[in-house]
Design a protein around this ligand. Sequence first.
Ligand code: CP
Length: 297
Amino acid sequence: MNHFLEISQLSREQIITLVQRALDFKRNPLSVSYPQYTVVNLFYENSTRTRVSFELAARNLSMPVINMNLKHSSESKGEELEDTIRTLAAMGIKIFIIRHEQEGLPKKISQLLSNQVHIVNAGDGKHAHPSQAMLDIMTIIEQKPDLSQLKITIVGDICHSRVANSLQDLCEIIGIKELVLVAPKPWQPTGSHYGRVTTSLQDGLADADVVIGLRVQRERMQTHEICDVAQYRRDYALTNETMAYAKKDVMIMHPGPINRGMEIDSDVADGSRSFILKQVENGVFMRMAILEHVLRS
Ligand code: CP
């Protein structure tokens, strides 16, 4: 069975094909139907965009959707997640969308139950958020299709960000001109990474074509990693002043949820160069392409 677990499992050709398919769905969302496949949303961490857009994506494909209420599932009686999935698979359910705080859990489940179900990773801890990276590149390609000329800059809490990890993989595979990772020292990548790392926002934003802000993820931080909010804003916030370093037609993006007045100002988030809600819109179509991809390949 095919799974969608992390960007590194995809080739450049597969990434481009998924983007093209998502753009097809955007033009004609009700073009195909797969009513024989039921989708289950298993979200162990909170979500607005990812959960709802996977649900809308499945409904657009005529797939029945079950949103498991995990507080009331039999896992509260000690059932293991893999047994929950085996149980639902025995009822004929084939597609499981999993968000979990444990890094690598979707992959582990896919290996245990490989011949029975399709697993889609909707975000696992700090590790990966591949559908977010795919909808991000779709949004970029719509506006700036010549990726080989692009400078993309990711700003903020890089080391706790599964989005930043998946975007690094994606930029490496797809081949952009330059990726810059801007973060204060405690939030810089600690292990292997792709892209040039700098503490200087001005350096990172200079002539950038795309700027992707990240949420400050306090819930994932150790005590020694929590920084002074006022200092962080002074040095790293995306404001009208700091965005002046970037190109005039810069795309401003953020996976959301945003913390207004923290990592990004409202003037920037709601301004004419912001693509934050376009990312959300594109998420539905990219997730349609991903659901079809796991069934077809
Ligand atoms: N970007 C993202 O994953 O948002 P949600 O947590 O709302 O799904």
